[in-house]
Ligand binder design. Sequence first.
Ligand code: SF4
Ligand code: SF4
Length: 473
Amino acid sequence: MKPTLKRPTIDSVTTINTDGSHYILHPADVQGRFTVSRRLFALCLIAVYILLPWIPINGNPAVFLDVENRRFHLFGLTFLAQDLWLAFFVVSGVGFALFYLTALFGRLWCGWACPYTVFLEHVVRRLERWIEGDAASRRRIDIAPWNSAKILRRGLKLLTFFLASFVIAHFFLAYFVSLPKLWKMMMHNPQEHWLAFSVVMFLTVVLFFCFAWFREQFCIVLCPYGRIQSALTDDHTLTVGYDKGRGEPRGKAGSPGAGDCINCQRCVQVCPTGIDIRNGLQLECIGCSACIDACNEIMTKLDRPTGLVRYDSMQGLQGKKTRWIRPRIVAYTVLMAVGVLALGLTMRRLHGFQATLTRMTGAPYYVGEAGVRNQFQLRIINKQQTEQEYRITLEKAPEGTLLGGLSGSLKVAPQSEQQQVVMIEIPRAVYAGKQSMQISVINEAMQDTQVIEFEFTGPNPRLLTEDINKKTP
Ligand code: SF4
Ligand code: SF4
């Protein structure tokens, strides 16, 4: 006999039965201004996710993380593996921005912009709605015996989910391999690019598992951002909430002494995480605003003011004033400003090419008849899509110092690197010992200059004079 499942209670996670099994939710459809705005916003976001690897900026895709060649193209800027320390500022900047947004607007990100929510709510649930009908119809299919009609519908639904997962996995891969290469991979035998194929299949399976079964559980039990949000918000944070003062006591429309809530449960039926917003702010709430539209529908039908469930702070819901400027907002603002300033200053140091100068291995210097000589390896990486010419000059060097190994300039092919041995020789007559010098690598076409400081090394100048005296009778 099939064991009876115990439905989740008010004290348990809404989608986990008390026996530990998954309670499958079928949120009802809802209409309203927030639902329409959210759908339009999601369509724009999906277009952005798909188009980012296609839109060229400065000859490269807007976002292309070329791991194979260790080059990362972000909105016209090219970063090499050596520039990755900048990622610290970018990641911490994004982190603080999320803290900031959460402190001000609660889980706005989760309900409106998170890619997982966008694909789950606006692609997967839409497909499910088209194939299996509305929430009531889906529940009927759930409990129906496995006949041919159910097998056909469920099979079609799962096949569609798998295809959606497969397509999304390819969109994801497009961020890491160039589009011509992605196309070539898709057209050729998977054995020729087994790593990319394995990544796509792994991602497809994970997404399929999430879309077909795990769904809202990801936000409730796995997402780390969801876990920390309660520490980031306070009573002045804007969240989706229920106006208890206006809604309670619940009762039928027209009952004497009853509040505005008629206990129709519509706000619970539409919730994608299955919670009752009337129980107060809960960890499971992703701030999607479906319950606002649902309750507004009911209030409009009853000819009562909308906003019984609305975007407001806990203070606002209690009829008190919401304070926007608070110590944590000031602290996050200062931290963000410092982060933006630091990022701005470091970005100024980012060049369209990278030049490095390394001392050659072996003896650090050579003393010859003409003077003291040091040898270096000059390495230039051209980050541009076209061939570039670099002029090299020596500065802070004594009069008569020779720069050998270079005929004035160096041409480097697009998106490649070139190495050149550079010899620097100070004549004996002007040699004054170890000293700092500079090499400037100038790209006149891009008006970009990189200055490299280095130390010229050699023997004590006194020893050099004695050496000359010995040789001169
Ligand atoms: S309680 Fe309302 S805002 Fe929160 S997840 Fe449920 S429907 Fe969305
Ligand atoms: S939809 Fe509005 S009226 Fe209906 S139960 Fe929810 S809060 Fe009450």
